[in-house]
Design a protein around this ligand. Structure first.
Ligand code: PLP
Length: 438
């Protein structure tokens, strides 16, 4: 039958991203998805699951939007792609850049387009270093990031990723990347002092750390970061690849802190995954200086920078986010989700700390709530498997001794959807607890 055929072909020919290679070769895909509708995904066997991760933190407006497919089709018929190199341009890219300037924090008003998050981060590092060259300070080239951070998998992005297994995977990383304690501004200040501010180009951080376990910065953290960067003349870059476009209940994650970065990387939610697109926004000040000081060519650009169809899709996606008040909905439903986690925390002995900002949340699994002691081997992967059997897609994080479930459902979640998510999680914990105490 078709499922068996596809399973065999997948095992033989498809090397999956971020996958357990051995297991994949033996067992093949666990789900072959065929359809998406709102917050649900359906697979070939007819299983219907709540997409509790918006797939990869990105399908913010939910699956199966016909409006988007119409726009993509119309733009493809008219002009799918034309180069944006040098002085060439196209209308969707121009209009999207203008729209982004309207919604982005502070004076971020100019966009360099890419095809995704990793490319956006690499672009930001290169633009930061180039900026210091233009300013006559070519020694300012070091990039500082945080220990639990995830910035992607291209060489620069991997090098900036604080989670060590990602760097170790490639055995050798780019030079001039440094890491500071995830939660402490003191650690940032002392590293800058130690390395010498005249050697540091930029500091990059996710406003809410995602793939490393959904860690929310304390109040005041980013205000202090901004002050430190100003004091030492270092560019402050936010990686809004997950937190952009409503995810945390504000348009961008950094909006919670009321500060403006010098550059802001985005991807994922800009198109809700309907097309591949990312970018870096730079402040008006930076743009002005680039224009005034540049004499040569900006020697950085991707074939798909400013892809017409992808930009048209992004414009429609943003229109939907605004028309349906999805930023506000994420804030309200995020509170519902957090309350649901708290009620499960009271009921289940295995649930430790719970947290959420908008529709980005985490539930920690502990052996002992009082001492925060963990199970010898993490249980989160098992909870993820059991939840999937019951119709809910989640993700586990086991880096750095963590045993954490992370959540990022679509921003269209209703109260009923949250109730279903929490009730599946409840059943799952009941079943896993029984197994764990056996
Ligand atoms: N930055 C952050 C914060 C991310 O979460 C991700 C991907 O999950 C990336 C960058 C990399 O984006 P991409 O996978 O589109 O290259």
């Amino acid at each position: 039958n078709k499922i068996e055929e596809l399973t065999e072909l997948d095992k033989k020919h498809f090397l999956h991203p971020t996958s357990p290679i051995g297991q994949q070769q033996k067992e093949g895909p666990s789900f072959i998805f065929t359809e998406g509708n709102g917050v649900f995904l359906t697979d070939m066997k007819g299983n219907k699951l709540i997409d509790g991760m918006s797939s990869l933190w990105n399908v913010n407006i939910g699956h199966g939007r016909e409006e988007i497919s119409e726009v993509a089709k119309e733009q493809m018929k008219k002009l799918a792609f034309s180069s944006c190199f040098a002085t060439f341009s196209n209308e969707p890219a121009i209009r999207l850049a203008a729209k982004l300037a309207e919604i982005a924090p502070g004076d971020l008003s100019t966009t360099f387009f890419t095809s995704g998050g990793s490319e956006s981060n690499d672009t930001a590092y290169k633009l930061a270093r180039h900026y210091w060259v233009l300013k006559g300070k070519p020694n300012k080239q070091k990039i500082i990031s945080r220990t639990k951070s995830y910035h992607g998998v291209s060489m620069g992005a991997t090098s900036a990723t604080g989670l060590k297994p990602f760097r170790d995977f490639t055995t050798s990383i780019a030079p001039d990347f440094h890491y500071v304690d995830h939660f402490s501004t003191k650690s940032l200040r002392s590293l800058i002092e130690q390395e010498g501010p005249e050697t540091v180009a930029a500091f990059i951080a996710e406003p809410v750390q995602g793939a490393g376990g959904v860690h929310i910065a304390s109040d005041g953290y980013f205000q202090e970061v901004r002050e430190i960067c100003d004091e030492y003349d270092i560019l402050f870059i936010t990686d809004e690849v997950i937190t952009g476009f409503g995810r945390t209940g504000t348009y961008f994650g950094i909006d919670h802190y009321g500060v403006t970065p010098d550059m802001m990387c985005f991807a994922k939610g800009v198109t809700s995954g309907y097309a591949q697109l990312g970018g870096v926004m730079i402040s008006e000040t930076l743009h002005k200086e680039f224009k005034e000081l540049s004499t040569g060519t900006l020697l950085h650009g991707y074939t798909y920078s400013g892809h017409a169809m992808a930009c048209a899709v992004a414009l429609k996606n943003i229109e939907i986010i605004e028309r349906e008040n999805l930023v506000e909905n994420a804030a309200v439903m995020g509170q519902e989700m957090l309350q649901g986690f708290q009620s499960l925390q009271e009921k289940h002995s295995m649930i430790g700390e719970v947290r959420a900002l908008g529709l980005m949340g985490a539930v920690e699994i502990v052996k002992d709530k009082q001492t925060n002691e963990r199970f010898e081997s993490p249980l989160a992967p098992q909870v993820v498997n059991e939840a999937a059997k019951r119709g809910l897609i989640l993700r586990s994080v086991v880096f750095d001794g963590q045993d954490t479930l992370v959540f990022a459902p679509p921003l269209i979640m209703t109260k009923e959807d949250i109730t279903s998510l929490i009730s599946i999680l409840d059943e799952t914990f009941t079943s896993v607890t029984k197994d764990a105490v056996k």
